[in-house]
Design a protein around this ligand. Sequence first.
Ligand code: ATP
Length: 234
Amino acid sequence: MTDTKGTGPVLEAEGVHLSFGSTPALRGADLTVERGEILAVMGPSGSGKSTLLHCLAGILVPDAGEIRFDGRRIDGLGESERSALRRDRFGFVFQFGQLVPELTAEENVALPLLLGGMRRAAAVQRARSWFGRLGLDGLEQRRSGELSGGQAQRVALARGLVAEPEILFTDEPTGALDSLTGEQVMALLVSAAREQGTTVLLVTHDARVAAYADREVVVRDGRVNSYSSPRVGS
Ligand SMILES: Nc1ncnc2c1ncn2[C@@H]1O[C@H](COP(=O)(O)OP(=O)(O)OP(=O)(O)O)[C@@H](O)[C@H]1O
């Protein structure tokens, strides 16, 4: 599938509408995401940020409009194709790391590789290489209940990036952390994503979190209606 990788925008939403029953969540959302950029999606509570992220990631299917990944429409794909796309090309980190409690930290990180068909020994070895990088040395065998919030979120970050996804989708990744720990997680997220050229879509309320992005957009009433200038030097 990588032969479809082009040079245009990596992800686009055009005229996307989605309602939950009679509640309109997206009302003609347009967004273009450039390859390799770190984009913060901001906006008030209930404005449609998470719904937009879920449409772009192929989790939700819009009622109308188009979603394109690498120039190819994904909104018309069936559930199994969208699920393969999410597994093979995308990574995810949410507010509460959502580690599998029965698995050790290193098994959690290895999970996307195992789901992608990598042999267990190779997957665990690759997962382990993330622990030093994220300041998690010695925690490989812990289960999620034995980790602090910041440690668990760094494990979730390693899991989101271990398969070198083209896009990392992340929704309030530091929302459950105190501000210092949140800043550390953001700094690690940004440096790891840049190192491997992963595009990041970052939904957040928090201007301090958005400050790590190259660019910010604001969602209001289901539309992406305000663009800030790209940061100098980005
Ligand atoms: N599963 C759902 N069922 C019904 N309504 C929903 C559902 N998910 C979202 N909504 C509604 O859609 C609208 C947009 O929600 P969304 O979660 O995308 O907003 P948000 O900007 O991410 O909000 P927040 O910042 O509070 O997380 C809101 O009115 C919300 O109540």
